[in-house]
Unconditional design. Structure first.
Length: 56
């Protein structure tokens, strides 16, 4: 998402109100982020996450 948005990790971190190192860890997959964190990351990159459930 970040690359598609043309943003640096620092820019995303500033938009999320966190540190660049936290964005780096999130992108590396080393950790267990909350849904709230994932939503904030997506929003900072200009995206929206949809956790909708659909009955088949």
């Amino acid at each position: 998402m970040r690359d598609s948005a043309g943003l640096t990790q620092l820019q995303v971190a500033n938009r999320m109100g966190t540190k660049e190192s936290n964005v780096s860890r999130l992108e590396k997959g080393t950790g267990n982020p909350t849904i709230r964190t994932l939503v904030k990351y997506a929003k900072a990159c200009g995206y929206e996450l949809d956790f909708g459930f659909h009955h088949a």
